[in-house]
Design a protein around this ligand. Structure first.
Ligand code: CA
Length: 231
């Protein structure tokens, strides 16, 4: 059976457009035009992904995202009206899998849905690149090859790899990597990530993708990822 994609969107034209494109792409679609009761509704469906508008009557998208995430690992794509909003949403650590800004191209949305579904299926098989983290010995290995990581690099890798496919902002990564919460610039994170990627490349993998303007995500073995925001 084809994947079921739920769409919670109160603007009828946008909802119909999304439904038509998703159906044309071979998905089954469930539509809802209000946030009221949406969390229970989502849990009653055996859905594979959720497209969730931020501004909704009843319960807003933030509360729905939190409510759904508290009970399941369902891939969630948040739809926002403003690109500036995405940074704020990331800071809230909602656990959404991707963010789409209006106005959007429906083709782009379908590509993003396909990408989150692919990443979700990898989550079921969590270590396709055979990454092993040994917190006690402060070691990381890929396919048995030991990586020579600094403690900060190890913590960044642990944070990213525990939630494959999920976007992490630089601020979230700073929190994860520095236990003493000292002030670290976002540029410093970029340079640690750069070193980490170089060390991973030495053992033949490149699982960390930058998400333009936002942060990073861990995507093991995704050569054909259609997401245009990954570089
Ligand atoms: Ca809306």
């Amino acid at each position: 059976m084809s994947a079921l994609v739920l769409v919670i969107e109160d603007e009828p034209k946008i909802a119909a457009l999304l439904r038509d494109y998703l159906v044309a792409a071979g998905y089954r679609v469930g539509l809802r035009d209000t946030g009221a009761g949406a969390i229970d509704w989502v849990h009653e469906q055996a859905a594979d992904a959720l497209l969730l508008d931020l501004m909704l009557p009843g319960t807003d998208g933030l509360a729905i995202c939190r409510g759904v995430r508290a009970r399941s690992d369902l891939p969630i794509l948040m739809i926002t009206a403003r690109v500036e909003e995405i940074d704020r949403l990331l800071g809230l650590e909602l656990g959404a899998d991707d963010y789409i800004c209006k106005p959007f191209s429906p083709r782009e949305v379908v590509a993003r849905v396909r990408a989150v579904l692919r990443r979700a299926s990898m989550r079921a098989d969590p270590q396709p690149d055979a990454l092993e983290l040994d917190d006690e010995r402060f070691e990381a290995r890929v396919r048995g090859c030991r990586l020579d990581l600094t403690p900060v690099e190890l913590r960044l890798l642990r944070k990213l790899s525990r939630q494959p496919g999920r976007v992490h902002s630089r601020a979230q990564l700073i929190d994860a990597a520095y236990e003493d919460h000292r002030v670290v610039s976002e540029r410093t994170v970029d340079s640690h990530i750069k070193n980490l990627r170089r060390k991973l490349a030495e053992v033949g993998v490149d699982p960390i993708a930058s998400v333009y303007g936002v942060g990073y995500r861990y995507e093991p073995d995704l050569p054909d990822d259609a997401s245009t925001r990954s570089t």
